[in-house]
Design a binder for this molecule. Sequence first.
Ligand code: NAD
Length: 354
Amino acid sequence: MKIAVLPGDGIGPEIVAQAVKVLDRLQADGLKIEMEYAPIGGAGYEAAGDPLPEATLKLSQAADAVLLGAVGDWKYDSLPRDQRPERGLLRIRKALNLFANLRPALLYPELASASTLKPEVVAGLDLMIVRELTGDIYFGQPRGIATLENGEREGINTMRYNESEIRRIGRVAFDIAMKRNKKVCSIDKANVLETTELWRQVMVELAKDYPEVELSHMYVDNAAMQLVRAPRQFDVMVTENMFGDILSDCAAMLTGSIGMLPSASLDANNKGMYEPSHGSAPDIAGKDVANPLATILSVAMMFKYSFNDAATFNRIDHAVKKVIAAGYRTADIWTEGTSKVSCSGMGDAVVAAL
Ligand code: NAD
């Protein structure tokens, strides 16, 4: 298993180091894992003047899976847009054709009180957000900031999807639902946006291939409200790029902290990039306080989705559950009566539990 390791910026290197400890431990137990590092984001810009250096892309293309920390730092905000860290992330997703982003939001019972919502609202939460990742307004052309004839500036982005892009992400969602509770809620804004009117039509057509799955539709504004009102009504939510970006952060808070949320981004052959759902958290970078569990759980997803190794997925998953049950908490999920640990302390605890 060849893994390209791209730590990135901010807390990226700290959290990835904990995930690598887990991989080292699995390797010591006999799994054949090769890891090679490369810079991305601000680190890529510093190393090669490009947020996605050619060598990083080549390494990632040759690997069986990519482990990514996070990219971004405020100090790069004044760079031209195509040199900013976040462009590196968008470009690697596009170059590897990672169109399906899976973001499970699962509440560990012991963390119910770490959520800002009432425990009875979030208890038992287990939902999967399937987000389209390579289309929509984040990639659509034309885009830019133009100057009009009267000298006023105008910002332009273009929301667009073709039906094959919608169908392939829809299929991923229906396939996942078949292995879960057989419910798909498709999120759109079909009342005002033609792009998502087409989205809804394609989902309805696709549902005919999955008679066992119950398909429902919800407007994105209502979905945001329902996620905090009654999140357990959802099993699989499928949505386009921008809505998914926003709703998955909202879902993160249901679980107590964005530091708990892993993600997998897959191509059509299940090659994937695995990264926490959060960003580079420059406010806490370098302090050894970040929560590494989202990154460690992303490694677990790597075994499930790219390496087809359910046993290793379960092993990592159980180790994390054990550590939470034993009361270890990083600052973001700490509550009275539990033991506060650092980022590296949490990594060590998971390795010990493995
Ligand atoms: P963020 O996710 O980095 O941070 C939001 C808040 O959550 C911060 O208070 C942060 O301290 C906290 N947080 C995030 N991860 C945490 C963890 N593991 N443990 C504990 N607390 C954690 O989002 P932001 O502040 O909006 O963005 C910061 C930078 O990250 C920006 O440059 C942005 O573009 C970038 N970003 C990158 C990604 C990515 O790499 N996938 C995603 C989102 C934002």
